[in-house]
Design a protein around this ligand. Structure first.
Ligand SMILES: Cc1cc2nc3c(=O)[nH]c(=O)nc-3n(C[C@H](O)[C@H](O)[C@H](O)COP(=O)(O)OP(=O)(O)OC[C@H]3O[C@@H](n4cnc5c(N)ncnc54)[C@H](O)[C@@H]3O)c2cc1C
Length: 646
């Protein structure tokens, strides 16, 4: 019996030795307390490990062997409904029988009340078996959880305080339907003329005289769009300033839209569609996941929260989804690494197996270290995102305003929120890009057969290519990282100066050579940030000659022109993000190495590659781009000398 949990030492390191389960279990049980809760931490952990073991076995034996067939057997749109091939339907039925859809939902709503962390670790294993099945499964529980979180946010979930327990929640019926595996959920944002640019969304939400809402418009690329419950983001107000490209974000609202109604039971069941599936997208990969075009025409809708709060609600959903893509990408990386290693250990060339040839050995060694590094970010980002959401919920709903407990919890939630915000785009960016790189390497290691369908290497590459596109493209993640990083420096330049001094000092004086190397990497990252902030604030800094950097805050934070001032930083955002991601991996592996000396080797192996990469990227950031920016600004392609003379 194969088992994707038992055969993965790095994954089990997190479960057995690294994840701080105590606060996660406590807050998960505290949020949705009930009589069937775990008696102790040990009890909960035993249950989680049994579940991981069971899922590890299930995905290895019941999904992975069918991945090629899932890829080769298309689903169809028949009379407006998506029909899945038998191979997928059988898997979905088994997932339903195992009751995995409700893993994170409160027990009172038909779930197991497990931490989101457990769900994500399981998702990685699902994705290793087949990414599209993982995506499909993720759109069950994930959306049901979102219904609960939205209801909490808008204040339509009620709790008893003593003992704390859930009394009722607005979407309880829909949540239970999803938990039972009888309905799917999905997230409808993208439109033909609006993907990354959400301010351009046109789908409309309209309210009639009786306060009933409908939505009208077209959404495209909707994963699991065949499902019943759609979170639709639609425009309820026009942009106040047509010249401001971001003004449109303020007029968006979030709706829950059931896309069909069913009457009768069994063979007499009849479905009436309230929104039409226009078509199934023909994709190059993710063949087991239904990606649909949806048409809404005055379809009845339920407004979530207040009108105009759509972007805020969308971000809540996106954060979890981006962490989810991080784990999904790692699952695919793990599959690519193992497939590549297995083939390279068997295939012979020029007198030895190809894993003994230096270049191939180097590829595999880098892939191994990258998977370890990615998992370090993923677990940490997930931990902080989950703690942020649950601690905020407990503080807001179960603790009295003004109490000491409430103040403590609020502070704790702010810390988790800031950390998750720093880590999530770095995870999404790096994991997605690495999925493509590793799948490509796996294919290369297979040589000619990699280009055929025989081993499945090309399938991994086709599946990987969407990771840097959906849930916010790599470029959008890079812009977020850049803006947050430079914004943080502007808000607190003294702290930035202190960090530079500290990194330089540690790079010279730390006792541990690995700490010195990590501190040097940090110093390189800070140099890149310093260069970008100096370039970004050139005009403002001109007036600050002689003023120490620690005192620039006031001048830096006023009178910004985002179009002009950020051009240089936007040009180099991806390079900066790559350095920041390496820095974060090393920071986390350094923490692990201090507590578990057997992890030092991973930090060393990661640093070996991150150090020269960071130096190269810093060089690119400091020496390239001026010519392109002059061209984009309409000043032609003048040489540096000509531009200087002009
Ligand atoms: C298989 C699949 C499943 C999907 N599932 C869903 C789903 O469930 N729900 C949903 O709503 N959507 C879904 N999407 C849509 C997906 O989220 C979008 O495709 C994505 O957000 C990019 O939008 P776009 O395709 O319009 O590209 P565009 O926004 O047009 O971008 C094109 C290119 O330009 C770049 N770009 C855009 N703006 C900037 C900028 N300011 N700076 C630098 N570069 C920029 C982008 O990074 C990208 O490389 C899915 C897509 C696919 C392929």
């Amino acid at each position: 019996m194969a088992n994707f949990y038992k055969d993965n030492d790095d994954l089990r390191f997190y479960v057995d030795k690294w994840i701080d389960w105590q606060p996660l279990v406590a807050i998960t049980e505290e949020s949705f307390a009930d009589d069937d809760g775990h008696d102790s931490l040990e009890d909960a952990l035993e249950f989680y490990k049994d579940l991981l073991d069971m899922v590890g076995n299930f995905v290895a034996d019941e999904i992975a062997p069918h991945a090629a067939k899932i890829d080769a057997t298309p689903m169809e749109l028949v009379d407006g409904e998506v029909i899945f091939p038998d191979v997928l339907q059988t898997i979905f039925d088994k997932i339903k029988a195992l009751e995995l859809h409700g893993m994170c939902l409160p027990r009172q709503l038909g779930g197991m009340n497990c931490p989101l962390m457990l769900y994500m670790l399981n998702s990685e294993m699902f994705a290793r078996a087949d990414v599209s099945t993982m995506t499909h499964h993720g759109f069950h529980g994930g959306m049901a959880m979102a219904m609960l979180v939205y209801s909490l946010q808008e204040g339509t979930t009620e709790f008893e305080l003593d003992p704390p327990r859930l009394v009722k929640t607005r979407f309880a019926d829909a949540i239970s339907e999803i938990a039972r595996g009888e309905a799917w959920g999905c997230m409808d944002i993208t439109e033909p003329d609006a993907g990354s640019d959400m301010a351009a969304l046109r789908c409309r939400g309209e309210e009639d005289a009786d306060g009933n809402w409908t939505v009208t418009g077209q959404k495209i690329f909707i994963t699991s769009g065949h499902g019943k419950y759609h979170f639709v983001i639609a425009r309820t107000e026009d942009a106040a300033d047509p010249n401001d490209p971001f003004a449109g974000l303020k007029g968006l609202s979030m709706f829950l839209v059931p896309t069909y109604e069913e009457t009768g039971r069994g063979k007499n069941k009849k479905r009436k569609r309230l929104a039409e599936i226009g078509r199934l997208e023909e994709k190059i990969g993710h063949k087991g996941s239904a990606t649909c075009q949806i048409h809404f025409d005055k379809t009845p809708a339920h407004l979530i929260g207040e009108r105009g709060e759509g972007f805020k609600y969308m971000l809540l959903l996106m954060n979890n989804a981006r962490v989810g893509v991080g784990f999904e990408s790692i699952g695919l990386c793990e599959a690519a690494l193992r497939m590549a290693k297995e083939y390279a250990a068997e295939r012979r060339s020029m007198g030895k197996t190809i894993d003994q040839h230096e270049m191939i050995a180097d590829y595999i060694a880098e892939m191994e270290a990258d998977v370890v590094g990615l998992r370090a970010i993923a677990v940490e980002a997930c931990y902080h995102e989950e703690m942020n959401q649950k601690v905020s919920m407990v503080a807001e709903h179960l603790l009295a305003e003004g109490s000491l407990d409430r103040a403590r919890r609020d502070k704790e939630a702010r810390h988790h929120k800031a950390t998750a915000r720093r880590m999530t785009p770095l995870l999404k960016y790096l994991a997605a890009e690495k999925a493509v790189e590793m799948a490509r390497r796996c294919m290369q290691i297979h040589g000619g057969v990699g280009y055929t369908k025989d081993y499945g290497a090309e399938r991994l590459l086709r599946d990987a290519l969407v990771m840097p596109i959906y849930e916010g493209t790599s470029q959008i993640q890079a812009l977020m990282c850049m803006k947050d990083t430079l914004g943080g420096i502007m808000k607190n330049p003294q702290e930035f100066v202190r960090r530079i001094a500290q990194a330089r000092w540690r790079s010279l004086s730390a006792r541990d050579p690995l700490e010195r190397r990590f501190a040097k990497l940090q110093a390189t990252s800070l140099s890149a940030q310093q260069h970008l902030i100096t370039k970004t604030a050139t005009d403002k800094i001109k007036g600050l000659r002689g003023v120490p950097m620690g005192k620039w805050q006031h001048a830096l934070t006023k009178d910004w022109n985002p179009k002009k001032d950020f051009a240089y930083a936007m040009l180099h955002a991806e390079r900066l993000t790559r350095i920041l991601a390496d820095e974060l991996v090393c920071e986390l592996l350094w923490e692990q190495a201090q507590a578990h000396p057997e992890r030092r080797v991973w930090l060393e192996r990661y640093l070996d590659r991150a150090e020269p990469r960071a130096r190269f990227l810093l060089d690119e950031i400091t020496t390239t781009g001026e010519r392109l920016l002059r061209k984009l600004a309409g000043n032609g392609e003048a040489t540096r000398e000509e531009a200087a003379r002009a």
